[in-house]
Design a binder for this molecule. Structure first.
Ligand code: G3P
Ligand code: MG
Length: 251
């Protein structure tokens, strides 16, 4: 079955990685999976944000890992998108788990590589907290831990082997040695960039026995092409428009 993941929620309708965005994606009929980006603050609070810096998606500036949570918790994470979203805050991971339980959504938890001089310490803290907080997720809901950052994936394998891992690749960094990377992380799921992805590369990855998901796909013609090539799922900003493709059973 071709799976459609709500990439950062439903960012074509609400500001990415906010509760409004995740709720909007969860309310799409047939939607089962949310993708979210997990970062960590200087004082070790997990926050849901894509960038290393607050600047693009909040009304505050600065590097997430160099600021305490108290310094960002009241900033708007929605005003940049539209005044109707000005009350949106940076979600915590706990809030995401509550929302996933409320809507019975599965989670693709992307761990963002930690910037700054205390990256190793904060990475350990991130993985430990993700594991602890996931204990509150309802039984039966599925979790995939994904990252571009191999140390975070390795730590995840050690601390929470019960959750499967996906390795994120940009096409430019996808080389013939990818199987070694996959083996190192004990992962069977490749999550690869859409741009410049070719049918021959899809076939090579699938023939090597991996699950293959593609990000970020917002056009239904491209999504359909990827499904026909044998891709297992896509991450999209428009889950409301592409969810109908999930019903395909011919992949
Ligand atoms: O997890 C898929 C995708 O979100 C990876 O890239 O930069 O959107 O987090 P990015
Ligand atoms: Mg992501």
């Amino acid at each position: 079955m071709f799976t459609i993941y709500g990439h950062r929620g439903l960012p074509s309708k609400a500001p990415e990685n906010t509760l409004a965005s995740f709720k909007a994606a969860s309310e799409v009929e047939g939607a089962r999976w949310l993708e979210l980006d997990v970062g960590i603050t200087k004082d070790q609070q997990l926050v849901i944000i894509h960038d290393d810096y607050l600047d693009r998606t909040t009304n505050k500036t600065g590097e997430v890992t160099q600021l305490n949570y108290a310094e960002m918790k009241d900033t708007s994470a929605g005003l940049w998108y539209g005044s109707e979203f000005k009350e949106e805050k940076l979600p915590t991971f706990e809030q995401i788990i509550r929302l996933a339980n409320d809507y019975q959504m599965n989670l693709n938890v992307e761990l963002k590589g930690v910037t700054g001089p205390r990256g190793t310490e904060l990475s350990h803290s991130m993985v430990t907290q993700v594991r602890e907080q996931l204990q509150a997720l309802d039984d039966g809901l599925q979790v995939v831990i994904s990252s571009f950052n191999l140390p975070l994936l390795k730590m995840s394998e050690e601390r929470m082997p019960e959750y499967t891992r996906a390795v994120l690749f940009k096409n430019a960094y996808f080389k013939e040695d990818f199987r070694t990377v996959m083996d190192f992380c004990n992962s069977k799921i490749v999550n690869i960039e859409n741009a410049k992805l070719t049918e021959s590369k899809v076939k090579m990855i699938k023939e090597a026995g991996y699950e293959l998901n593609v990000w970020t796909v917002n056009k239904d013609t491209r999504a359909n092409q990827l499904a026909n090539w044998g891709v297992d799922g896509i991450f999209t900003d428009k889950i409301d428009q592409l969810i109908h493709l999930q019903q395909r059973e011919d992949n």
